[in-house]
Design a binder for this molecule. Structure first.
Ligand code: RP5
Length: 161
C-alpha cells in the first residue's frame, strides 16, 4: 500500500524533492514519485488529485517553483492533507515559490514548508501517518531522542574546547 504521493511540477525539482523521499525511506513509508505540472499538464493534475484518496494515498507532498500553483490546486481537489514545498529557482531565491504556496484562501489548507524544506515535508508526512499508527509514533519518538542526543554530544564536544 502506497501511503504518500510525492509530486512536483518538473523533474528539475527532484534534487530538492528527493529529500522528502529520503525522509520517508528512513521511516519505511511506501511512496510514489510523479511529475505533475499545474500548468503543463493541468488535466493530469486534476486526475491525480481526484483519484489520490480512492487509490489509498493518505498524504500528498507537492513541490513546485516559481508560479507554484501545484500544491494549492491539488489541495482544492483532494480531501487529503497536502504538504507544499516551495522549490527555489534561479531568480527571487524561492520567495516567489513560497508566496505562491503559502497564502491559501480559508477552506483550502496547504501545510507549507520552508523554501527548499523537502526533508521536513517528508517528516511532516511521517507525523501525520504516525498519529494513527502507534508503531510509527514510537519511531518518531526515537528519531526525536536521536536529535536530542546529537545536540547533547555537540554541546559536550564544544564545551571541552
Ligand atoms: C515549475 O516550474 C516547476 O515546479 C519547476 O520548479 C519550474 C521550472 O520547471 P522547468 O522549466 O525546469 O521544467 O512549474
Amino acid at each position: 500500500m502506497t501511503d504518500v504521493g510525492i509530486i512536483m511540477g518538473s523533474d528539475s525539482d527532484w534534487p530538492v524533492m528527493r529529500l522528502a523521499a529520503e525522509a520517508l525511506d528512513e521511516f519505511g513509508i511506501a511512496h510514489e514519485v510523479r511529475v505533475v505540472s499545474a500548468h503543463r499538464t493541468p488535466h493530469l493534475m486534476l486526475d491525480y488529485a481526484g483519484q489520490a484518496a480512492d487509490r489509498g494515498l493518505k498524504v500528498i507532498i507537492a513541490g513546485a517553483g516559481g508560479a507554484a500553483h501545484l500544491p494549492g490546486m491539488v489541495a482544492s481537489v483532494t480531501p487529503l492533507p497536502v504538504i507544499g514545498v516551495p522549490v527555489p529557482l534561479k531568480y527571487l531565491d524561492g520567495m516567489d515559490s513560497l508566496m505562491s504556496i503559502v497564502q491559501m484562501p480559508a477552506g483550502i489548507p496547504v501545510a507549507t514548508m520552508a523554501i527548499g524544506g523537502a526533508r521536513n515535508a517528508g517528516l511532516m508526512a511521517v507525523r501525520i501517518l504516525a498519529a494513527a499508527d502507534p508503531a510509527l509514533l514510537a519511531k518518531v519518538r526515537d528519531f526525536q531522542d536521536a536529535l536530542r542526543t546529537m545536540v547533547a554530544e555537540k554541546d559536550a564536544a564544544l564545551s571541552q574546547q
